[in-house]
Design a protein around this ligand. Structure first.
Ligand code: UD1
Length: 360
């Protein structure tokens, strides 16, 4: 069996890192295609090195552009590869423009698509990611849903076939990584932080990162938290942080470049509170037992909110400050994992092929 895995942005590298060795163990010949959506060393290469992801067979070098240009350029460069390789499956991850571009190309070439993290919905179509999720799910053959909620979202949209509730590879990896973290005091020491005594912040979503007023309100709130704030800055928000004087001596904000996956898990795990607009980090905070404040008004990870471990604050400064100081809830963590999500996915893929072989 031959598959093509299409990745391009940070969260996809993390998910591919879990699936890739399992595909190899099942004897599947997988070729990785990297669209180049993320290209800086600390947005891309560091994940391949640290998580030992096989080198991409193809790198498309698409880079940054507007939503339509980036997606379209990826499609132009992907089509000849999928046409030439004729894989049994194209595997796509999550909700980025890379996900949608690969799904559209594969669908038009009649190559079956396996969508990892299918069925997640924020019900906010102003987010490019929500558009990517919905469209990708509607052209996928296998929809690997992380939760029953995700599966029920698909059912509500009329998708009844190919839905497999398998678990969540990011939760499996966060759990496994948290159990064997390298020297955490050394990582915290680099930033002058102590365990349980700081807020960890990431912001990158288009809605927040392009709204200067909302961004300024959020930074103002972070400065009022009364604790050190480690801000791992996505390149698109760095100029705004610099313009606001973030990280100058005396500022509670400690600004750093994007962190590697293992560093991120270490820094979340030891934080007093996580403050983010990321989807994946909302889950990781919940897995690691750290209260989270999400800088959005909707989330596709509703279990984190229902359990009390996550709250939605939008960009409202007073809500951010008060919710950041709430005590950890005494409710159970919302996600459990047996570490076998990838095995369930690959078994389903391999099983589908033998079934097709038997029918033929
Ligand atoms: C993308 C995904 C988002 C995902 C995130 C993970 C879409 C629509 N968004 O958001 O779902 O959560 O990745 O991090 O696909 N840039 C660099 N260097 C890089 C990459 C980006 O400087 O290596 C800058 C460029 O100015 C670029 C901007 O960041 O225009 C945005 O990058 P882009 O990939 O479009 O979106 P993300 O915000 O990273």
């Amino acid at each position: 069996m031959r598959t093509i895995t299409v990745v391009g942005a940070r969260p996809q590298f993390v998910k591919a890192a879990v699936l890739s060795p399992v595909l190899a163990r099942f004897g599947v010949a997988d070729s990785i295609v990297h669209t180049g959506q993320h290209y800086d060393w600390n947005m891309s290469d560091v994940f391949f090195d640290e998580l030992e992801i096989p080198k991409p067979a193809y790198t498309l070098g698409v880079g940054s552009a507007s939503q339509g240009v980036q997606t379209g350029e990826m499609m132009c460069r992907l089509e000849p590869i999928i046409t030439k390789e004729q894989p049994d499956w194209v595997i796509v991850y999550g909700d980025t423009n890379t996900t949608l571009a690969a799904a559209l190309v594969a669908a038009k070439l009649s190559v079956p698509i396996a969508h990892v993290e299918a069925g997640c919905r924020s019900f906010d179509r102003t987010m490019p990611e929500e558009v990517n999720r919905v469209l990708t799910d509607h052209v996928s053959t296998f929809l690997f849903a992380p939760t029953e909620v995700a599966a029920s979202n698909l059912y509500a949209e009329g998708i009844r076939h190919g839905v497999h509730v398998v678990g969540d590879v990011t939760i499996d990896l966060a759990n496994a990584t948290a159990q064997r973290l390298p020297a955490v005091p050394e990582i915290l020491g680099r930033f002058g932080l102590r365990r349980g005594g700081y807020a960890f912040v990431t912001i990158h979503r288009a809605n927040t990162a392009t709204d200067v007023i909302a961004f300024e309100r959020i930074v103002g709130a972070l400065r009022k938290l009364g604790m050190p704030v480690l801000f791992a800055a996505h390149p698109r928000v760095r100029p705004m942080l610099d313009a606001l004087g973030a990280g100058v001596p005396g500022d509670p904000l400690i600004v750093t470049d994007p962190l590697s996956y293992v560093e991120t898990i270490a820094v979340i795990k030891s934080a007093r509170v996580m403050i983010t607009d990321s989807g994946g980090i909302q889950k990781e905070a919940a897995v690691l037992g750290v209260p989270c404040v999400t800088l959005r008004t909707s989330t596709e990870w509703i279990e984190t909110v229902r359990s009390g471990w996550n709250v939605l604050a939008g960009s409202d400064p007073s809500a951010i400050v008060s919710l950041a100081h709430r005590p950890p809830p005494d409710t159970p963590l919302p996600y459990i994992s047996d570490g076998r999500t990838a095995e369930r996915m690959v078994s389903a893929l391999v099983g589908s092929l033998s079934l097709m072989g038997n029918i033929a």
